[in-house]
Design a protein around this ligand. Sequence first.
Ligand SMILES: Cc1cc2nc3c(=O)[nH]c(=O)nc-3n(C[C@H](O)[C@H](O)[C@H](O)COP(=O)(O)OP(=O)(O)OC[C@H]3O[C@@H](n4cnc5c(N)ncnc54)[C@H](O)[C@@H]3O)c2cc1C
Length: 401
Amino acid sequence: MKRYPTEYLQRAIMDARPWTPTALILRMSNLIPEIQPAFMDLVAVINDVPNPAEYLYKAIHEIWDTLPAYLRFVFRLAENLAPDFFVNAILRFVVNKLLVPYFLVVDEESYRKTKARYAKEGSNVILDIVGEEAHFPENAETYMQSYKYVIKTFGGKMAVKPSSLIPASEFEKNTYEQNKELLKEKFAELFTAAKESGTPITIDAEEYFKWRKLTEEAFFETVLDERFRTMKNEVGIALQTYRKDAFQSALKILEVARERKNPIRVRVVKGAYWGAEHEIAEKLGVPFPLFETQQETDDMFDLVITLLLKYRKHILVSPATHNAKHLAFAINESRGKYADFEFEVLTGMGESIRRALCTIGVPVSVYCPLIRKGGTPKEGMAYLIRRLDEVAKSSHVLKNV
Ligand SMILES: Cc1cc2nc3c(=O)[nH]c(=O)nc-3n(C[C@H](O)[C@H](O)[C@H](O)COP(=O)(O)OP(=O)(O)OC[C@H]3O[C@@H](n4cnc5c(N)ncnc54)[C@H](O)[C@@H]3O)c2cc1C
């Protein structure tokens, strides 16, 4: 079997970088990190404030002394010479017309184009309805209707967030058991629709304290239910390896897959809520359930991949990372058998990885957050900011997209 060292993949990923205008803007923005926080603040409110230019200049003046002379010159020039309506039009264009469609799928029409483009190069799409947690029953119902519409109409694969299924207003009032029963009912509703259309569904992993135990228990009990036992790789769950107890969860998933006698898809991720979990643990005064160093998270990632790849009869492993070190590790561990193995990357973030992997014949699916039917780009802003933040701060090889 051909072995793929990290450096080889790193080079392949760099060579496969996209050269679209948006990718170039992102690369350039990495060269001027001083203004990234101000720009990110602006993105959050761009469609709410009447004069984004004024908002941006105000934020820039707060960090004026930290800016290099050439940036001060550019901003002074823009502020004094360019009319606000012109700067506003450019800022809104960059955010709404370039960045939003780069990281998100904005409507049904773009979905079809995106799916066709990826299919041409041998990749599938995984759709996620973008948005924040459901606050009230009507929000959860809108999510459920959108999921069912997508499952029935779109084809491809789906990702579902538990926080979109139980409204926060109800969650707080219910006991743990009531929430579990409710979540199981929602999973059953979705799995029934998925079974009818043959759409694979993966349950996303969310915050540890609120969702970890509830999601896993509800998922295990639902996939063991007689109605869904025969579903093979159409049911899946994400597993975060920044959790100290990630290995125990991997073993439990394996046990459940064996018991149901049909495989489960596992998306292995590192975890996206580290900062928030830290704050919660401090507030609650409880031990921190996540690793404190990236190295420990990375080691657990490789350990879980090694374990799950050993049991491919029971598990379809999907490493989801933008880090070349883990890509090389997982490819080598898979020993060239790619039939029941696939990577997952985020649209926009993982474009160059997807291309690099496609060239060596490794399957990749692309996770695409979709703005629901009738929704607005505003619903995708929090997601967009998380991605921009990752591009700006992350230590991984794709720092410059
Ligand atoms: C297709 C796809 C689906 C995803 N789905 C989910 C999901 O369902 N749930 C979810 O939570 N995340 C999800 N993520 C996000 C994922 O968890 C990571 O946050 C993101 O991919 C960055 O990790 P990396 O390996 O790509 O980058 P890297 O830069 O190699 O790793 C960054 C990650 O390392 C970890 N880390 C950093 N510093 C520390 C520290 N001090 N201590 C411990 N750990 C640390 C964090 O998890 C951080 O996100 C998904 C990612 C992809 C690509």
